[in-house]
Design a binder for this molecule. Structure first.
Ligand code: PHE
Length: 356
């Protein structure tokens, strides 16, 4: 087999060089048939085998097969290499530059949360009262009729119940379970506990959320916050009540703001008063916020009615008490001159962020 052109090993060297020169998978697929397939020199050579004698045919056949295997092996290796390279190039094109990502992240403002204005106001009010010697207590938001009305000197069908538009909870007998309309029921819990544990005197404030079936407007929310105060001890007088309210007012709002009491009515206090503070918007001169009076109503107060003390087993001959209750949201509204209370519940970050 003297013809060099047809020497399978030399042929394979040539084809292997061509395989190595293939630059892409596409080029490889296109060249495949002409390298090892039906259009390859191997196929051509194969066809000449028939004309040879048996000895030559076997020798040439064997070296032909070996040469073809070599080229096929190189071709597969090249295919793997090109596939890996193309995959790497695709990933490279897809990759985000981590440096850019980090730069962008660093430029983002980092939002750190903070407590809401009502929670902050409640804490400040608690602090003022704690400094005056009060303890802070809490009560449930869902109450029985007894705590919200009856023990507070409002028997069933008492007309004064109409002062509070009440949400009833669908539980037990109709209209026996309510969302508390004020924090005053917590007074009852506290006094009951005190009689059961010999826990008198009481000097406590009771903050918390209350609910009324009101139409929300600039000064009213359906869910709002009150803080209740209760003192029960021997020898307590109305002067203690007035002095406590005045001390609180200057401690919380500052020395330029004072308080005044006006006659009022609550079934659970006798006498009762409404307490008002100097309008913080106009400083007392008269403006739209205070309807030109110079005063803004903050809450109610009075001497604990003997009927209430009796209802919880406290001897009204020996003990006297005073109570007050006012809106925490109202305090925040006045202190920060918020025109519309509904802003407190809307979660508009432009509003919320002002109080961080
Ligand atoms: N609970 C009354 C209200 O919500 C306020 C109040 C509390 C009045 C304590 C007197 C004594 O309107």
């Amino acid at each position: 087999m003297p013809d060099d052109r047809l020497d399978p090993a030399t042929l394979a060297d040539d084809l292997v060089n061509r395989v190595h020169a293939l630059a892409s998978l596409d080029a490889l697929r296109e060249a495949e048939a002409s390298l090892v397939g039906r259009r390859s020199p191997f196929a051509e050579l194969q066809r000449t085998l028939g004309a040879l004698d048996e000895e030559e045919r076997r020798t040439l056949g064997a070296s032909l097969q070996e040469a073809r295997r070599r080229v096929e092996g190189e071709l597969e290796a090249r295919r793997g290499l090109l596939a890996a390279e193309e995959r790497r190039r695709a990933l490279e094109a897809d990759r985000l530059d981590l440096g850019d990502v980090v730069d962008a992240a660093v430029r983002l403002p980092v939002a750190v949360g903070h407590g809401g204005l009502i929670a902050a106001t409640q804490r400040e009010l608690e602090d003022v009262f704690v400094a005056m010697g009060f303890t802070v207590e809490e009560g449930p938001e869902v109450e029985s009729d007894w705590y919200n009305f009856e023990a507070l000197n409002m028997p069933p069908a008492h007309p004064a119940r109409g002062l509070w538009d009440t949400f009833y909870v669908d539980l037990g007998d109709p209209e026996t379970v309510v969302l508390r309309t004020h924090t005053s029921p917590t007074q009852i819990h506290l006094m009951e506990r005190a009689t059961a544990t010999d826990g008198l005197p009481i000097h406590s404030v009771m903050p918390g959320r209350c609910y009324r079936r009101d139409t929300p407007d600039a000064r009213h929310l359906v869910a709002f916050h009150q803080i209740e105060g209760l003192v029960v001890a021997e020898g307590i007088t109305f002067a203690d009540l007035a002095g406590t309210i005045e001390s609180f007012t200057t401690a919380y709002f500052g020395p330029s703001i004072t308080s005044r009491l006006r006659p009022g009515f609550f079934p659970f206090t006798e006498p009762s008063a409404e307490f008002e503070v100097t309008c913080t918007v106009c400083g007392g001169g008269g403006c739209r916020t205070c309807s030109m009076t110079g005063w803004v109503e903050l809450g109610g107060c009075g001497m604990v009615d003997p009927a209430v003390l009796t209802a919880v087993g406290i001897d009204p001959e020996r003990y006297h008490g005073f109570a007050f209750g006012f809106g925490i949201d109202r305090c925040a509204m006045m202190r920060y001159e918020i025109a519309d209370l509904r802003a407190l519940t809307e979660n508009d970050v432009r509003f919320v962020e002002q109080f961080s």
